[in-house]
Design a protein around this ligand. Structure first.
Ligand code: ZN
Length: 99
């Protein structure tokens, strides 16, 4: 979502994934904190409640770990599949040689 800041530039909506504000959306000016930048900063969501603050960072870490595991498994499956193809080719060649 985009809009205009009072300095005339557009502002961007972002989502914070820090441990203190997991999932909290905020808007900052696209010129934020640059030299002579604008200080426009506004939170869209209310403060993250204590319970979410405890749970969400852990969930995020778990999701990241699972995504890594899936990537590893996909690579492993790819490796095994190519090994299997080589085995079948070898078998076919040996049948041809026997015939
Ligand atoms: Zn601005």
């Amino acid at each position: 979502m985009e809009g205009r800041c009072y300095c005339g530039r557009s502002y961007i909506m972002k989502t914070s994934w820090t441990d203190l504000n997991p999932g909290r959306r905020y808007s900052i000016c696209s010129n934020f904190r640059e030299a002579g930048g604008c200080s426009f900063f506004s939170c869209m969501d209310p403060p993250v409640c204590e319970r979410s603050r405890q749970i969400i960072p852990g969930l995020l870490r778990r999701v990241n770990k699972l995504e890594n595991d899936v990537t590893k498994l996909e690579k492993e499956v790819g490796r095994r599949r190519s090994t299997e193809v080589k085995l079948w080719l070898g078998l076919a060649v040996s049948w041809l040689l026997m015939a």
